[in-house]
Design a protein around this ligand. Structure first.
Ligand code: FEO
Length: 135
């Protein structure tokens, strides 16, 4: 069984964004599996970097949509994205320097953040986006 399993309750009813969330879940699952397998530093670092890059791409897509239609929750939502991005960049910096390890605590943090963000923050824009014809 996967570390994180996509469930229909996680859908934001926007196909492009659901697909991106599924990709993020897949990357966190991959990272978790490599951590569990005790993989080498270059492999873990590579997957973490891919996760960070895709996360930034995904945030930029959501933020562009929110700005495009003057979504009232934009700033608050963006602050959550920025906080998380700052945390994972700091984690990557420490990992590259060898001052922190990638453990199951890290994958649990990523899992909890993503699922809570999708269910608690992303899903708030569903009625707004859908009313603008974004589905
Ligand atoms: Fe899907 Fe706000 O990140």
């Amino acid at each position: 069984m996967s570390f994180i399993t996509w469930e229909d309750t996680m859908s934001v009813n926007v196909k492009e964004i659901d697909d991106q969330h599924k990709k993020l879940i897949s990357l966190i699952n991959e990272l978790h599996e490599w951590i569990q397998a005790g993989e080498k530093k270059d492999i873990l670092g590579g997957v973490l970097e891919e996760l960070i890059n895709y996360t930034r791409y995904h945030f930029s897509v959501e933020e562009r949509r929110m700005k495009q239609f003057s979504y009232v929750g934009y700033l608050e939502h963006k602050r959550e994205h920025d906080d998380f991005t700052g945390q994972v960049l700091l984690l990557k910096e420490k990992y590259d320097k060898g001052t922190t390890a990638l453990s199951s605590e890290v994958s649990s943090f990523l899992k909890d953040w993503l699922t809570n963000h999708i269910l608690g923050t992303d899903k708030k824009y569903t009625p707004f986006f859908n009313s603008k014809g974004i589905i």
